[in-house]
Design a protein around this ligand. Structure first.
Ligand SMILES: *Cc1c(COP(=O)(O)O)cnc(C)c1O
Length: 386
C-alpha cells in the first residue's frame, strides 16, 4: 500500500545510505551507482565540500524570497557566466522550469510564438516543456498541447531548410539524453546555428543533463564551437540539492523586467550554496581533463571487453554520458545488472545509459565493466536461442 501517485516504475531497492559512487540498501547490499540520481550527483553522493557549504548556509539563513538582495546568487551567476557564453542568469528549481523560462524569454524577446524542437528530445513535464518534447508517449492523454511547437528529425540537416521567419527559437540537446544518448553531428549543429541566423530565431541549448562537466566541458555545446543565445541547466548544478538556471545573452537581458517572470524558491540560498560548491569543484581544467580521461578509459574498456558481444550494436556518448545500444530491449539486462550490484539506466528501449559520478575511480570503472561482462556472458544463451 502506497500513499503516492504511481508515476514512477520503481526498482525493488530501498536506500539506507549513499556515499561517493556507492549505494547501500536496507539489506546492506552494496551497489556501484552508474546512475548518479540521473546525472545529478556528479561529485558522487553526499559530497563533503557540498555538504559543508550547505551546512554553513543552513546555519546563516534558509530562505528570504527575492525581495532581498542575496550576494550568493550573484556569485553563482558569475560562475555560470564565466564558464558559458551567457551574460545573465535566472534561477529556478528544475530543468523543466529552466526550459519554461527559456521559452517565455524567446517568445517575449522575438514577439514570435513558434518553437522548433526535435524528435526523441526531452525537455520536461510541464505544459510548455511537454509540448516541446518530441515524444508522443510523454504527451499522451494530456492534449491539447501548446500548438506552437514543431518537431524535426535530429541530425537531419536538410529538414532545417524548410523553416521560415515565423520561428522564435530552435531548442535542442546537443546530446539527446533520454532519447537514446545520441550526440549531435558537427555539421548538424553548424546548420542549426546558420538556420537561426537565416530566419532570425534564437538558439536555445538544453544542457539540463549534459551541463556542469558531465561531458568533459562545462557545457556540452562547447564541444561544437557555437555560441547559443540561451542555455538551460539543472540536474548536476547542485549535486542533489534542487536548482535550475536559465542563462541568456546580453541582448536578451532587458526583455525581462521586474514582474516578467519569477519563482518563490528560485535562487534559494541553500541551493545556491550547493551550486557554488559544486561548480567550484568541477569547473576547472584539471577536473574536466580527468573526466575526459575517464571517459576514454571507460569507452575503450567497454569496446575491448564487451564490444564483441552479439547483443551490442554500438557504444557512444560524450564524456561520462555513455550509451550502449543493443539490438533488443534492455530492461531485463538492466534488472540483471542491478542484481549483480551495478545500477544503470535505459535511454529509450534499446540503449543502456551509463552516468557514473564524475569522481568515479578507474578501479570502480574496472569493477563496473567486469559486472557488465559477467552479466552479458550470462545472457549469451538467450540470444542464441532466438
Ligand atoms: C531531466 C531533463 C529535463 C527535465 O528536468 P526536470 O528537473 O526533471 O524538470 C529537461 N531536459 C533534459 C535534457 C533533461 O535531461
Amino acid at each position: 500500500m502506497s500513499y503516492l501517485f504511481p508515476t514512477y516504475a520503481r526498482w525493488n531497492i530501498t536506500v539506507k545510505e549513499a556515499k561517493g559512487s556507492w549505494v547501500t540498501d536496507i539489506h546492506d547490499k552494496k551497489y556501484l551507482d552508474f546512475v548518479s540520481g540521473i546525472a545529478v550527483c556528479n561529485l558522487g553522493h553526499a559530497n563533503d565540500d557540498v555538504m559543508a557549504a550547505v551546512q554553513e548556509q543552513l546555519s546563516k539563513y534558509w530562505h528570504m524570497s527575492n525581495l532581498f538582495h542575496q550576494p550568493i546568487q550573484e556569485e553563482v551567476a558569475k560562475l555560470l557566466i564565466e564558464h558559458s557564453d551567457g551574460d545573465a542568469v535566472f534561477f529556478c528549481n528544475s530543468g523543466a522550469e529552466a526550459n519554461e523560462a527559456a521559452i517565455k524569454l524567446a517568445r517575449k524577446h522575438t514577439g514570435k510564438t513558434n518553437i522548433v524542437t526535435f524528435l526523441q528530445s526531452f525537455h520536461g513535464r510541464t505544459f510548455a516543456t511537454m509540448s516541446a518534447t518530441g515524444q508522443e508517449k510523454i504527451q499522451q492523454g494530456f492534449g491539447p498541447l501548446l500548438e506552437t511547437f514543431t518537431y524535426l528529425p535530429y541530425n537531419d540537416t536538410e529538414a532545417l531548410d524548410h523553416l521560415g521567419t515565423d520561428v522564435a527559437a530552435i531548442m535542442l540537446e546537443v546530446v539527446q539524453g533520454e532519447g537514446g544518448v545520441i550526440p549531435a553531428q558537427q555539421e548538424f549543429i553548424q546548420k542549426v546555428t546558420e538556420t537561426c541566423k537565416r530566419i532570425g530565431a534564437l538558439l536555445i541549448i538544453d544542457e539540463v543533463q549534459t551541463g556542469i562537466g558531465r561531458t568533459g566541458k562545462p557545457f556540452a555545446y562547447q564541444h561544437y564551437g557555437i555560441s547559443p543565445d540561451i542555455i538551460t541547466s539543472a540536474k548536476g548544478l547542485g549535486n542533489g540539492i534542487p536548482v535550475g538556471a536559465m542563462i541568456g545573452k546580453s541582448s536578451l537581458i532587458s526583455t525581462f523586467q521586474a514582474g516578467s517572470h519569477g519563482s518563490t524558491f528560485g535562487g534559494n540560498p541553500i541551493a545556491m550554496a550547493a551550486a557554488k560548491a559544486t561548480m567550484t569543484k568541477i569547473l576547472n581544467n584539471e577536473f574536466l581533463n580527468e573526466v575526459e580521461e575517464k571517459s576514454n578509459y571507460l569507452i575503450e574498456k567497454l569496446y575491448n571487453i564487451i564490444g564483441n558481444h552479439p547483443k551490442i550494436k554500438n557504444i557512444r556518448g560524450k564524456g561520462l554520458l555513455i550509451g550502449i545500444e543493443c539490438n533488443e530491449q534492455v530492461s531485463e539486462m538492466i534488472d540483471q545488472l542491478r542484481e549483480n550490484n551495478l545500477l544503470v539506466l535505459s535511454a529509450g528501449p534499446n540503449v543502456i545509459r551509463l552516468l557514473p559520478p564524475l569522481t568515479v575511480s578507474t578501479k570502480e570503472i574496472d569493477e563496473a565493466v567486469e559486472i557488465m561482462n559477467q552479466t552479458f556472458a550470462e545472457n549469451k544463451q538467450s540470444i542464441i536461442a532466438h
